[in-house]
Design a protein around this ligand. Structure first.
Ligand code: AMP
Ligand code: TRP
Length: 326
């Protein structure tokens, strides 16, 4: 039987944090066992907010290195930079022509980002480029965190609309969103998600942070003035977030955590969480240290070459459907 296709992307802005890792990356790695996987460093999505061109290429290499160190395997999966495969933007334009502006106006991530950084056309059409990424390869499934749900809905909608107007071409992709870990919260404000763009670096743990930094971040994580380790997102969001991290990093269930640490003080519990995070992330940090920039750049070049060939085969069918071939 032919394997199903998985596609996902990550922006090379700032550093990859444990939210990215638990919400998306871990799934990317696991899915390689069963699926035909395509993973993309989405550099064109990243430039929709102001970036420093002098360091951007290094940011891309660093992001690619973190992904490889975490287990994305360029020998098994197609892995490349989005900007090196022009079929993404071509398909985005075609899909843009069947996207209602009313629909884009409802995208909550656009509204958030536009409020913070100011609006521009790239930011506005960001979800259309994301739909193109996914549909370009006829992906069946898309592993992402909870914050991408709305973008996935739009992608499904555009696939249906295209099929209706031009003939059956795209499968309708399914999101793969983990039951726990899909929304890891900020360590400083456990009612908002952990984010790369938060100005306060104490709000997140990076996949490459060393043991001392991880201990410090967790020690300073906001909890509440009560006591007791129990899962209660309403009144104990900080503790619940730490419990979720412990569960995902150690494999313990929530019930096991409550049974074992229910009566512990916050200080003691935080030490346990920190050690679990440190132990799980250490091999990634080590693998990252062993990767060379030049080697990664070469892998990405090769990935782009393969991706272009594959994308072009699919894209010819889209052009034919739309009436863009002679
Ligand atoms: P980004 O950094 O925006 O490119 O996100 C890469 C992936 O990480 C996407 O699939 C996001 O949904 C996921 N992600 C981002 N932040 C979090 C978070 N706080 N918790 C869980 N998943 C997240
Ligand atoms: N928008 C996603 C994010 O911010 C990144 C992304 C771009 C993506 N293209 C994608 C995710 C295609 C999944 C599939 O996290």
């Amino acid at each position: 039987m032919e394997r199903k296709t998985v596609f996902s992307g990550l922006q090379p802005t700032g550093n990859v944090h444990v939210g990215n890792y638990l919400g998306a990356l871990r799934n990317w790695v696991a899915l390689q066992e069963e699926y035909d996987c395509i993973y993309c460093v989405v550099d064109l999505h990243a430039i929709t907010v102001p970036l420093d061109p002098a360091s951007f290429n290094q940011d891309r290499i660093d992001a690619a290195k973190v992904l490889i160190a975490a287990g994305v395997d360029p020998e098994r999966s197609l892995f490349y930079y989005q900007s090196q495969v022009p079929q993404h933007t071509e398909l985005a334009w075609i899909l843009g022509s069947i996207t209602g502006t009313g629909q884009l106006n409802r995208m909550t991530q656009f509204k958030d980002k536009a409020d913070r950084a100011g609006s521009n056309l790239g930011l506005y059409s960001y979800p259309v480029l994301m739909a193109a990424d996914i549909l370009l390869y006829r992906a069946d499934a898309v592993p992402v965190g909870d914050d991408q749900k709305q973008h996935l809905e739009l992608t499904r909608d555009l696939a249906e609309r295209f099929n209706h107007r031009y003939g059956e071409e795209f499968p309708i992709p399914e999101p793969i969103i983990p039951e726990t870990g899909a929304r890891i919260m900020s360590l400083q404000d456990p009612t908002s998600k952990m984010s790369k763009s938060d100005e306060n670096e104490e709000s997140r743990i990076l996949v490459l942070d060393d043991a001392d930094v991880i201990r410090k971040r967790i020690k300073r994580a906001v909890t509440d003035s009560g006591s007791g380790i129990r899962l209660d997102w309403e009144t104990k969001p900080g503790v619940s977030n730490l419990m979720e991290m412990l569960s995902l990093f150690s494999g313990m269930s929530m019930a096991e955590i409550e049974a074992e640490y229910g009566d512990s003080g916050y200080g003691t519990f935080k030490e346990v969480v920190a050690e679990a995070v440190i132990e799980d992330l250490a091999p990634i940090r080590r693998a990252y240290g062993e990767l060379e920039d030049g080697e990664v750049a070469r892998l990405m070049q090769r990935g782009a070459l393969d991706a272009r060939t594959r994308a072009e085969g699919f894209q010819q069918r889209v052009r034919r459907r739309v009436g863009l071939t002679g």
